[in-house]
Design a binder for this molecule. Structure first.
Ligand code: CMP
Length: 139
């Protein structure tokens, strides 16, 4: 069984879409093994997106991710990383496939509703930023 990290981003939380997004993830047979609502500090967001530091969109991304609460969750299922990325859709919501979460709830490349880790290795590093070992359910 594989695990991945998701973040329901400030625009989706503010729009009241968190419940629908979590329902969708459960319908896609992800098991939620850790979940919390938090405010990211600028330091948290800069660290999380450190790989994008220096890109033109970095400052806007940090501003946005610290603009309101987010919901972070660790999700488990077979092939979790690839499966979540498929359900989430393209970074740019208008380009995302019909029915994907970003197509349904995203606004633009920054306010794109949800994060999905891009590899199992990165997922693990990402959830360690938000969850202590004892906050993650052990099957
Ligand atoms: P996310 O999946 O959370 O991981 C990296 C984020 O950087 C991505 O979602 C987008 O929100 C953001 N991003 C990536 N490329 C661009 C871009 N060209 N313009 C604006 N934001 C971007």
């Amino acid at each position: 069984m594989e695990r991945t990290l998701t973040i329901i981003k400030p625009n989706a939380v503010a729009a009241g879409a968190s419940g629908r997004i979590l329902d969708r993830l459960i319908a896609e047979e992800f098991v939620i093994v850790a979940l919390k609502m938090i405010f990211l500090s600028r330091n948290d967001a800069s660290r999380f997106y450190a790989v994008h530091r220096g890109r033109a969109f970095f400052a806007d991304l940090v501003d946005f991710m610290t603009s309101g609460p987010v919901i972070v969750a660790v999700l488990e299922r077979e092939d979790a990383v690839a499966r979540l990325r498929r359900v989430v859709g393209d970074t740019d919501p208008p380009k995302a496939a019909e029915g994907t979460i970003r197509r349904l709830f995203g606004v633009d490349k920054t306010q794109n509703a949800i994060h999905a880790s891009d590899s199992a290795e990165n997922a693990c590093a990402e959830w360690r930023q938000f969850f202590a070992e004892e906050e993650i359910m052990i099957p």
